[in-house]
Every structure is written in C-alpha cells, then in structure tokens.
Design a protein around this ligand. Structure first.
Ligand SMILES: Nc1ncnc2c1ncn2[C@@H]1O[C@H](COP(=O)(O)OP(=O)(O)OP(=O)(O)O)[C@@H](O)[C@H]1O
Length: 255
C-alpha cells in the first residue's frame, strides 16, 4: 500500500504537485489521468524516490520514504515507461537480469525466474539474446515488464506503457497485462492519457489537474457524477468525438 500525505513539489518556482494526499490500495490498479503537465509523471518519480518532495511524506508498505530508505524501497517497485527505457548496450536478458545480479542472485535462480517471466509475458526465449534495438515495440515492452517484475516487487508503476505501440499490439498487450495484474495481485499505478485505457484497467481513476486531484472514483463516477466542470471537459474531449461519429452513423442507418 502506498500513502501520500500532503505532497508539494515545485520546479523552477512553479507548483507541480500541490498539497496532494492519496492512498493506493494493495493489489489494486489505480490509473492516473489528466491533461499534459498536470503532474502525473512527477508523482511517479516521487513515489520511486527519483525526485524528492519539497513538503509532505510518502509511506510504502508502512515505511516512511526518505533519502536513506529510497534505495531499498526502490527494490519493492517495478517501473515501466513508454518505449521500455531499456539500456541499448545490454541484451534483453542483460536488462532483465540487471537488478538480480546486483542483488547477488546466482545463475540458477536467475534462469528459473527468467523462464517464469518469459512464460508470463509470452516473450519468445530467443528474443532474450537480442539487443533492445532489434526488438519490436511490443517485445520491448514485454522485456521492460519482465525487468520490472524480476525481483517480484509488490508495487508496479507504469508511465504510459502502451503510448508508443501501434493500436493492435497495444490492444493485445493491454489484454494480457490486465490478466497479469489480476493474477499477480500487484499494487499498480498506471499513467495514461487514454480514457478508454483508464476505464479498462482501473479499480479507481484519479484525475489530476494542476497537481491536485480533481476527482477520484470509477469511470462511471467521473462520467455520471462529475465533481467539477474540468472533469466533464476532460472526459468529453476524448469521448465526444466517438459519440459524434456513432450518432452520425446511426442517423445514416435510419435514413
Ligand atoms: N525535471 C524537471 N524540471 C523542471 N520542470 C519539470 C521537470 N519535470 C517536470 N517538470 C514540469 O512539471 C510539470 C509536470 O510535469 P509532468 O511530467 O509530471 O506532467 P504529466 O502530467 O506527466 O505530463 P504529460 O502527460 O505531458 O506526460 C510540467 O510543467 C513540467 O514541465
């Protein structure tokens, strides 16, 4: 479980996270959505301990995150970003095994875990010997997911993990990943711009605007019981185009 308590973060004098408190429940998927620049990635960086908050506190599994605990805390967290963020000078295997090697895992333990993860993510074993540059976008994201899961962290943070994929691969991977989240019972925080993706994955959606929570709840809550005009505007910006096309198609069918 992750608890954020009155977080504030400034960049160059601008307030990017503004007195934000939230909890992310164990084994649940929370999706962060919001306009560009609303602070979604910054929030993940704060939870990862990559960036430090100017005010407020973060608790990971009941332990306060500080500069001294950050390194250890990071091992409880798997992190997947758009396009994988893999090291190009290492093979896919090298990327996946990196942290395990650093933690002193022996060859047998690493191999056993790699076998499990190849099966889980449906990555062909021969892809492991390739450079990330030789993999397709979908394969890169599978490798990135394997790397994030290697140490079996309780928490998975995902920053637009499907953003760079073509629509069909994206659809396939979304489907598989939703099953993986459910089976592994991880605490997942996923950032996306796509409201359909948010509705598909989320036990709960948090809509961030200007570093504050504009509303949190299910997709239905946001759609049917918006708590501020910006919630309606944000949803409409994505939904109205499809609805308009649907309505036009229906009209043409009736004619
Ligand atoms: N390292 C940094 N230095 C200075 N400003 C930063 C830094 N990182 C983020 N910002 C600023 O903080 C604000 C929030 O950025 P952030 O990346 O968290 O937003 P976001 O909601 O993830 O945006 P997007 O959806 O476009 O990825 C933006 O105005 C951004 O320019």
């Amino acid at each position: 479980m992750i608890r954020l308590e009155r977080l504030v973060k400034h960049y160059e004098g601008a307030t990017v996270i503004d007195d934000l408190s939230a909890s992310f429940e164990e084994s649940r998927t929370t999706v962060l959505i919001g306009p560009s620049g609303s602070g979604k990635s910054t929030l993940l960086s704060l939870i990862m301990g990559i960036e430090q908050a100017d005010q407020g506190r973060i608790w990971l599994d009941g332990e306060l995150l500080t500069a001294a605990t950050a390194m250890n805390a990071r091992r409880k967290i798997g992190y997947v970003i758009q396009d994988g963020g893999l090291f190009p000078h290492l093979s896919a295997r090298g990327n996946v095994e990196l942290m395990a090697r650093e933690c002193g895992w022996g060859e047998q333990a690493r191999k056993a875990r790699l076998d499990e993860l190849c099966e889980l993510t449906r990555l062909p074993r021969e892809s492991l010997d390739k450079s990330p540059l030789e993999l397709s976008g979908g394969q890169r994201q599978r490798v990135s997911l394997m790397r994030a899961l290697m140490l079996n962290p309780k928490i998975l943070l995902m920053d637009e993990p499907f953003g760079a994929l073509d629509p069909m691969i994206r659809y396939e991977l979304q489907d598989e990943l939703e099953g993986i989240f459910r089976d592994l019972a991880k605490t997942v925080v996923l950032v996306t711009h796509d409201i359909a993706e948010a509705a598909f994955f989320a036990d709960r959606i948090i809509l961030l605007v200007d570093g504050r929570i504009a509303q949190q709840g299910s997709f239905i809550d946001l759609q049917q019981r918006p708590e501020a005009p910006i919630v309606t505007r944000f949803l409409q910006a994505q939904l109205s185009r499809l609805e308009a096309i649907g309505a036009r198609a229906e009209g043409m069918l009736r004619r």
